[in-house]
Design a protein around this ligand. Sequence first.
Ligand code: URP
Ligand code: ZN
Ligand code: ZN
Length: 468
Amino acid sequence: MSLLIQNGTIITPDQRYVADILIQGESIYRIAPVIDTSDVGDVEIIDAKGKYVFPGFIDPHVHIYLPFMGTYAKDTYDSGSRAALVGGTTTLIEMCCPAREDDPWDAYQLWKSKAAGLSACDYSFHMGVTRFDETTEPLLRRIVADGVTSFKVFLAYKGAFGVSDEELYRTCRLAKELGVVVTAHCENADLVAQLQASLVAAGKVGPEFHEPSRPVAVEAEGVHHFCTFLKMTGAAGYIVHTSCRDAVEAALKFQVQGVDVKLETVIPYLVLDKTYAERPNFEGAKYVMSPPIRDVAHQAYLWNALRSGVISTVATDHAPFDFVGQKEMGKPPESDFTKIPNGIPSVEHRPTLLYTHGVATGRIDVHRFVELLSTSAAKQFGMFPRKGSIQPGCDADLVIWDPDYRGTISAATHTMDTDYDGFEGFEIIGRPALVTCRGKVSVRDGQFTGSLGHGRQVARSRKGGDVV
Ligand code: URP
Ligand code: ZN
Ligand code: ZN
C-alpha cells in the first residue's frame, strides 16, 4: 500500500513549505503541492494539515547492548527500538563496546546479532576500539568495509574500555587513512581515578560526589588531549556528550586551527543540572552519568552553542539501568558512587524535550531543531541524503509532528524498559502524531504500530562520500 501525506508543513534545515508527499514502498516517490492518487491504486491518506513533517530523527549515540560496570544495560532492541520510534527516532547509531580482551570482529558480530531481525527502526554502529595491537587493524578494516564508518574511543573508564595514548594514536592514524570519523568520550581517566579515591577515602560516597569526581577541568583536559591526537594525525573527530562550557572552549581552540572536530551534546545536559544528582535518599543515583550533569550555569552556554552551530548534534547517550538492583549497586553504606552504573535513559524523549525546551521557548527554531536531531548526524555519519532529508528517492523516514500536543513524561507510560524515568513529571509540548520508517507506519498517536524486525543496518559512507 502507498501512503499519501497531505498538506503537511515540510521542514528541513533550509526549507519550509506546504505540500503532499507520496510514499511508495520504502521511499519518497513524489512531493508536490497537490498529488492526485487516482491512478496509484491502494493508498492510505494521512491528513497532516497543521502539522510539521520532519525527516526521521537520527540518534547518533545510543547504548542498547552494553555490558558495563558489572551489569548490563536494560533495554534490548525490542524495547529500545520501539521507544526510539515512539519519540520519532527512525535511525539510531549504537556504540559497539567490546571488552579490552574481546576480538573486535567477534564483538561486532555479537552486537549485530542483537539488532538483526529484532530492531523495529534502522540502525548502525560506531565501532569501539578498546585495544589496538597488531591483530586489530585488519579486523577494523573489515568492519569499515561492512559500512561502519566511525570508531569510538574512550579516554575514560580506566581498566575497562579506556585506551592508551599509543592505541589512540594508532586508531586515529588508521581512521585518517580509511576516511572514517573517530568519536571520543573525553575525560582524563587518571584524574578521575585519583579524585574518586580521595573522595571515597574522605567518606564522600553518595551520588552527589559523582560530579566532583569528574569536574569540568577533567573533561576539558580530555577534549584537549583528544584534539591534539586529531591534529597530529589529521583524522576527523567527533566529541560525544559534551557537557560544559570548558569542554566546548577546549575544542574551539582546535577548530580555529583547522582541526576537523565536531561536537555533540546530549539531552540530559540541556534540561537537567547537578542538583538532580544531589537528591536525597539515593534518588540522585538516577542522574549519575559521565561526564556528569553540571551546574545549571552551563545550560545557557550549551543552548547558545546549539543555536550558533558550535555544537552540531543533540543525541541521548541512552544508557538504561534500573534504579532497583542496578543503580543500587553503588548505594552506601555498603557501596559508593563509583559503583553506580553510569547512564540516563532517554532515547524516547530527546525530540519532545528538545522541542519543549528549545523550539517552544524560542531558543532554537524548527529548522535548527531538524538539523540538530537529524540532518547533521546524517551528514556527519555518511547517511545523507538517504536519511536526514525529505526528497524524492530518499528513505521514507518521516515524523508528522503535532505541535499542539501536551503531555507529561512518566515511567508509568514510557516504552523504555527501565523502572524509573529521569524526566518524571516533565511537561512536554509536541510529539510525533505519526512516524514512518522506510514507509512503514511505525507510530500512531504515541503508540507503536510498527514491526519488530523491520529495521535494517544502514551501510554508511566514508568521509568524502564513497559508499563502502
Ligand atoms: O554515563 C554514561 N555516559 N554511560 C554510558 C557509557 C558512556 O560513557 O557513554
Ligand atoms: Zn561516554
Ligand atoms: Zn555513551
